[in-house]
Design a protein around this ligand. Structure first.
Ligand code: EPZ
Length: 417
């Protein structure tokens, strides 16, 4: 198992290319299951999770080819409709095959994803929506077993905003008989990207990006050539990295419109953020001011940037209250940040962060994808050496993060542990 070694205290400068969004690429690659023929996707990031979904799609009989950031998927000859536990347990987003498989094949057997470090992560809303559309859904031996002759359009209202729930049902509804209306739908840019791709396949979807999405079912979809949007969480992570170390970097290929909540907070914290052609220029010249943060569904502050923001607030000039409203256990990074000299007290869903000047390097352990990102950011600013273990977490969602950070001037390297 690899580890990262980071010598802190180096400012960042230069340009970094933002990769395609993991959380857009995953549902879009699953949408290939809805049709026959070759779909071509551009700007696919090279991540562990992408390799996992490729394996999963292949296990159904789909053909996959591609080099670099272009991936092609042909699901003409599906021979299997079961997503096994050994694959699903490594990536919860595998649940995104459920909707397309039921819609296309009338049957699906998908392992329940189970929880992860940040929470129980139930999929009850996905299941209830499919039942509302007429599917027989059973939970048996840890699997979701769903079958139907043909899904029927329905009026569905999600109890709470669920990103993959919205995506799963939006995909399923494309081939349903009649019209489906999704109320309280997730508004994330990744949902909008998926809707655009589905409409490019001949689907009839309107309202994506708002909390009411309408899908008029069609009999068939055709393959599409499409592009994945840039990864707003990777971009946000690099923006916060400059806040940690000081310096001035340009992020190429990111979309500032997807980052408004973070831009607003980082400006309040004293950073300079300017739109430039094809991205953003981000600088930190003075000290970091402490600000309060509350995570919310999009367009609110992204829960996937909460851990990274907490690392920044550990260097603030006062008190910051960070409240996590989306997941029930997303403060796993706190104990590791404390080992680096941060002053944080967790009270229920909030963490009270008392900013102080100096973080110190230490051996720390990654627990989940975004927590590992926050530890890398803390290490960039800390005095001395940090060794980060279990870096397989970071490889799930960041493409060559140590290479991108080194190119910006950080002293970070990956070694075999
Ligand atoms: C997506 O997860 C993202 N993953 C997550 O990113 C992200 O943190 C999350 O949305 C919130 O933005 C992908 O898109 C692959 P939810 P998802 O359903 O869809 C509860 C990362 O780091 N809920 O929006 O699983 C759930 O427990 C990952 O890239 C139910 O109760 O999240 C949570 O409290 C981490 N029942 C809340 O809703 C359900 O059926 C929001 O979850 C579904 C969800």
């Amino acid at each position: 198992m690899d580890k990262m070694i980071i010598e802190g205290g180096r400012q960042l400068s230069g340009e970094v290319q933002i990769s395609g969004a993991k959380n857009a690429a995953l549902p879009i690659m699953c949408s290939a299951l809805l049709t026959e023929g070759w779909n071509t996707y551009h700007n696919i990031p090279d991540l562990v999770d992408i390799r996992t979904i490729r394996k999963l799609l292949r296990s159904f009989g789909a053909e996959i080819e591609g080099e670099g950031t272009v991936v092609r998927v042909n699901a003409a000859n599906l021979t299997r409709c079961e997503a096994s536990y050994d694959l699903v347990r490594t990536m919860r987003a595998s649940i995104l095959v459920l909707g397309p498989l039921v819609a296309r094949m009338g049957v699906a057997r998908v392992s329940l994803p189970g929880g992860c470090a940040i929470g129980a992560r139930p999929v009850n809303l996905h299941i209830k929506a499919l039942q509302d559309m007429g599917a027989d859904v059973e939970l048996k031996d840890g699997y979701v077993e769903a079958r139907t002759k043909r899904l029927k359009g329905a009026n569905i209202f999600f109890d709470l905003s669920t990103v993959t729930g919205t995506e799963n049902i939006m995909m399923a509804a494309c081939l349903a008989e009649g019209t489906t209306v999704l109320g309280n739908a997730a508004k994330e840019p990744e949902v909008v990207n998926l809707a655009e791709v589905l409409n490019g396949m001949g689907a009839k979807i309107s309202g994506a990006g708002t909390d009411v999405i309408t899908i008029s079912g069609v009999d068939r979809l055709h393959p599409v050539e499409a592009s994945i949007i840039p990864d707003r969480i990777e971009a946000g992570t690099f923006m916060i990295a400059v806040g940690m170390t000081g310096g001035d970097i340009t992020l190429k290929g990111c979309n500032p419109l997807h980052l408004e909540a973070l831009i607003n907070k980082l400006k309040d914290a004293g950073m300079d953020i300017m739109p430039v052609a094809d991205g953003l220029r981000v600088a930190r010249l003075g000290n970091i001011r402490s600000v309060d943060v509350k995570t919310l569904p999009y367009p609110g502050f992204a829960t996937d940037l909460q851990a990274q923001m907490m690392a920044l607030m550990a260097m603030g000039n006062g008190l910051s209250v960070i409240t996590e409203t989306v997941f029930e256990n997303r403060f796993m990074h706190v104990s590791e940040l404390l080992r680096m000299g941060a002053d944080i007290v967790v009270q229920g869903h909030s963490a009270i962060v008392k900013g102080n000047e100096k973080l110190r390097g230490a051996p720390v352990m990654a627990t989940d994808l975004r927590a590992s990102a926050s530890l890398i950011l803390a290490a960039l600013a800390a005095e001395g050496r940090t060794e980060l273990f279990r870096v397989y977490h970071i490889d799930r969602g960041y493409q060559e993060i140590e290479k991108k950070l080194s190119a910006l001037g950080a002293d970070i390297r990956r070694v075999q542990a």
